[in-house]
Design a protein around this ligand. Structure first.
Ligand code: ATP
Ligand code: MG
Length: 521
């Protein structure tokens, strides 16, 4: 029996979008229950009822203790949002957003049971694992996690069928900045390098304007809104949220016009502030320079120069800003292509990838013949965004031991990939071997992030030093890591999927249940 097309979900920091491929072979965005193609990734708790989207966003200023936003920035961390005695992890809050998206999609395209969810290319293993779990919490079969820039490249490729050229995707969203360099060659889309910053996006620009407002307010009224003697913590939170909303609105205005006026209120005082576009542009220069530096770094890692790039895809809402586009034009010498809508491209690409996954596993999809052929021929190769290795000791010439990172999977390795390396124990009599797994670009373990550990236990006592230990690492197509270590002489093995070490924290039952039972509108 023919199966319905699976869904592509862009679970964004500020906006989320769901799409699918129609029977006629067209990837389309499915509007939410309010009829909007994008849903603000904001959650409002109201007793046993949850509201996700624009209404929740509007409540940010008035009910700050019940509203949560920018959840994606906490993905993969131990951060929680507490409401009604329940601690919600980032994946629980994301799951509530997914339920809202599914409700809208279902009205137009049937039950949402299978989906591809996108993640920033720069997301590391715990962040990806948390995203996958968000889907699983609401009963979704997550067909794959796909990097957001790769998804956008796919949507563009489907639309324009480029071949024999190098492209770059620049995704400047609400909370993250991703750059990916790829090659289009007939039916192959091959990512060469990727990088970015998971803390750089439109929200940083909002903060730039917010700081400008605070400085103006202080100049006019002699009042520093960040001073705890001036505003209580509660008042400060409320003013901050209100001003940040106004900052975002002013930022949007300044994309369309040369100046805008903002009305501010705090501690019973008011102020009207005029912001000029050139002023905002000057204030945001540092962020743009940071972005440029990261971009050039990724382009260098791909082994090309900006002038080799013939297709520049600007995605993410923040690339609507004229001086962001101008900067891209300056760097690459070509105007950025925005033919696929910046805030929809990622979801559309994810929908195409979802259909491809279904075809790959032999699904009887109802799909127009030309699209089916295209998707069946298409091959997509992504890369690892971070180097992964283990913490080890290196013998120095003076016979001391220096801690170093022994890399197994260098950054930009094509996925999936497996690597193996043998290490030797340091001291005699070791009955336990601890293998710390690290992620990062430094050779100093202190400067890398520890993402898990593999422990080989119960080894016989009295052994000499220099016992061989073989470490194997596998990164799957989703960028999720599995590590195993084997003590060669005894054959004793230990392994871990890093996903599991992160999830072994436990104590989430109340939030897990709430995510499934709360009414979501
Ligand atoms: N016209 C505009 N001018 C300036 N900024 C805009 C405009 N439209 C949208 N933005 C900004 O784009 C951002 C949202 O973009 P997008 O929807 O691509 O992000 P996201 O997918 O939620 O985030 P991320 O990809 O980082 O997870 C917000 O910061 C928003 O203020
Ligand atoms: Mg995005």
């Amino acid at each position: 029996m023919a199966e319905p097309a699976a869904f592509g979900i862009d679970l964004g920091t500020t906006l989320s979008v769901v799409a699918h491929v129609t029977d006629a072979g067209q990837p389309v965005v499915l509007p939410n229950t309010e009829g909007s193609p994008t849903t603000p990734s904001v959650v409002l708790f109201d007793h046993d009822h949850v509201v996700v989207g624009e209404i929740a966003r509007q409540a940010l200023a008035t009910e700050p203790e019940s509203v949560v936003q920018l959840v994606k920035r906490h993905m993969g961390s131990a951060w929680t949002f507490d409401y009604g005695g329940v601690s919600f992890r980032p994946e629980h809050l994301s799951a509530l957003i997914l339920r809202k998206l599914a409700a809208g999609a279902q009205l137009l395209a049937g039950p949402v049971t299978e989906a591809v969810i996108t993640v920033p290319a720069y997301f590391n293993d715990p962040m990806r694992a948390a995203t996958r779990r968000a889907g699983e919490l609401v009963g979704l079969d997550v067909l794959a996690l796909l990097s957001e820039p790769t998804a956008a490249a796919l949507a563009f490729g489907y639309e324009h069928r480029p071949s024999g050229c190098t492209g770059v995707v620049v995704d400047l969203g609400g909370g993250t900045f991703d750059v990916t360099v790829m090659e289009y060659e007939r039916d192959d889309l091959t990512v060469r390098a990727t990088g970015g910053d998971s803390y750089l996006g439109g929200a940083n620009l909002d903060k730039v304007l917010f700081d400008f407002f605070a400085a103006q307010f202080e100049a006019a009224h002699g009042l520093d809104i960040n001073d705890p003697d001036v505003l209580s913590l509660e008042e400060c939170t409320q003013v901050s949220r209100d001003w940040l909303l106004r900052a975002a609105r002013a930022k949007h205005d300044l994309t369309a016009r040369d100046r805008t006026t903002v009305a501010l209120q705090a501690a019973g005082l008011t102020l009207r502030v005029e912001v000029r576009r050139d002023e905002f542009q000057a204030l945001s220069r540092i962020l743009l320079d940071e972005m440029t530096e990261k971009m050039l770094d990724v382009i260098g890692a791909a082994g090309v120069t900006p002038r080799d790039v013939s297709v520049v895809l600007a995605v993410g809402g923040s690339t609507r800003i004229p001086w962001v586009r101008a900067r891209l034009h300056d760097i690459f010498g070509v105007a950025p292509d925005t033919s696929v809508r910046p805030d929809e491209a990622v979801a559309l690409g994810a929908a195409l990838f979802a259909a491809q996954r279904q075809l790959e596993r032999g699904g009887a999809l109802v799909l127009e013949a030309e699209t089916r052929d295209y998707l069946e021929r298409l091959s997509v190769t992504d890369v690892a965004a971070h180097s992964i290795g283990i913490s080890a000791f290196e013998n120095t010439t003076d016979d001391l031991h220096r801690p170093v990172v022994a890399s197994l999977l260098p950054r930009n390795t094509p996925l999936p990939h497996a690597a193996e390396r043998t290490f030797y124990t340091l001291r005699p009599g070791e009955t336990q071997i601890i293998v710390p797994v690290l992620e990062g670009e430094s050779s100093d373990p202190e400067l890398c992030r520890r993402i898990g550990v593999v422990v080989v236990d119960g080894l016989p006592p009295g052994r000499s030093d220099r016992q061989p230990v073989r470490v194997t690492m596998k990164l799957d197509g989703d960028g999720i890591l599995q590590v195993s270590a084997i003590d060669v002489s005894t054959g004793q093995t230990a392994s871990t999927t890093i996903e599991h070490t992160y999830l072994a924290v436990g104590g989430d039952e109340a939030a897990d249940a709430a995510v499934r039972t709360l009414q979501v509108d």
